[in-house]
Write a protein that binds this ligand. Structure first.
Ligand code: ADP
Ligand code: TRP
Length: 321
């Protein structure tokens, strides 16, 4: 069974990205043959800064490896290292009705926000379908926001098979992470870099811990019981602390007698400890500058091999060969 997923390079990895995307993806590598890629072509629909693109691709590669992607088990590569994906995207675009793309939420949302859409943004789901179909992927784990794009992928796979014969491409199954809770940010809204409320995973200890002190709390005096329901501190603490530690903090909220400053300190410690193994791995990876390139090159060679097989089959089916 082949499991494939892609992540867009998009700035500093934060706690929301980790629990919402990275951790579930890394966990999947135990369940089949994992294909993981960095969606750099897709990132181009929203950035036109070459240096920033290069930098964020590199950062995401290091983050992925630091968070536990095991390149001896999974195939890890950059999307653009297999440019054949564009040929499949073209073939898919010839069976793709305009209407299918016009109704995509992610496209409509961006237009509604006033972003003037380029063709790349419009065709984004077609390229994503090509990403998936090029590797005969069976399962595609993604977040809820990508559900519709997976429907488009299945739709296009069906159309291709209908037009050119069954088995032209493999129709994939989505694995939608419906249950991944939304991680809240320092201000209590969804954690997102667009809200400037993120807690990054990697960085300088003092600065990162200081960010936690920014969490806004009410003015309940130290002695009095504190609200458990509305506590940003508790919501974050739950992600990092053991069950006992968490229960103890809940009890301290209910009992009163402990101040928010103290809770924040406990949160900062738990957060720092939770990501300690990832930080150590990240340091080791960055200390060996050739390592990431080697991993990506090996992954790319393997991905291309697979892509060539599938593309050959598709070219034959559609009459290009
Ligand atoms: P941001 O909102 O910071 O721009 P992205 O949109 O780049 O983050 O998200 C990348 C991945 O991380 C997506 O799969 C998304 O579902 C996940 N993700 C982002 N923020 C959160 C969050 N607060 N809780 C859970 N998952 C999240
Ligand atoms: N669009 C996805 C996202 O923003 C990233 C992505 C690109 C992807 N191609 C993919 C995910 C193929 C899964 C499969 O999160």
């Amino acid at each position: 069974m082949r499991i494939l997923t892609g992540l867009q390079p998009s700035g500093k990895l934060h706690v929301g990205n980790y629990f919402g995307a990275m951790e579930p993806a890394v966990r999947m590598q135990d369940e089949g043959e994992g294909f993981y890629f960095i969606a750099d072509y897709h990132a181009m629909t929203s950035t036109q800064d070459p240096a920033a693109l290069r930098e964020s691709v590199r950062e995401l590669a290091v983050d992925f490896l630091a968070c536990g992607l095991d390149p001896t088990r999974a195939v890890f590569f950059r999307q653009s290292a297999v440019p054949e994906v564009n040929e499949l995207a073209w073939i898919l675009s010839t069976v793709c009705p305009m209407g299918l793309l016009e109704k995509c939420h992610s496209f409509k949302d961006k237009v509604a926000k006033g972003i003037s859409p380029n063709h790349g943004l419009f065709a984004y789901p077609v390229l994503m379908a090509a990403d998936i179909l090029l590797y005969d992927s069976n399962k595609v784990p993604v977040g809820k926001d990508q559900k519709q794009h997976l429907e488009v992928t299945r739709d296009l796979a069906g159309k291709l098979n209908e037009a050119f014969g069954p088995g032209t491409v493999v129709v994939p199954e989505p694995i939608i992470r419906e249950d991944t809770a939304v991680v809240i940010g320092l201000d209590g809204q969804k954690m997102s870099k667009s809200y400037h409320n993120t807690l990054p995973i990697f960085g300088v200890e003092k600065e990162l811990k200081k960010r936690l002190m920014r969490i806004i709390t009410d003015s309940t005096p130290v002695d009095e019981p504190k609200s458990v329901e509305n506590s940003v501190i508790l919501a974050l603490y739950k992600l990092f602390a053991g069950a006992d530690q968490y229960a103890a903090m809940v009890a301290d909220h209910e009992r009163g007698g402990v101040g928010y400053g103290d809770f924040k300190k406990r949160l900062a410690e738990a957060y720092w400890e939770f990501f300690a193994p990832m930080r150590a791995r990240r340091d080791a990876i960055t200390a060996d500058p050739g390592y990431v390139d080697e991993v990506l090159q090996a992954g790319e060679a393997r991905a291309r091999q697979e892509a060539a097989k599938v593309l050959d089959r598709v070219r034959q089916a559609v009459g290009l060969r």
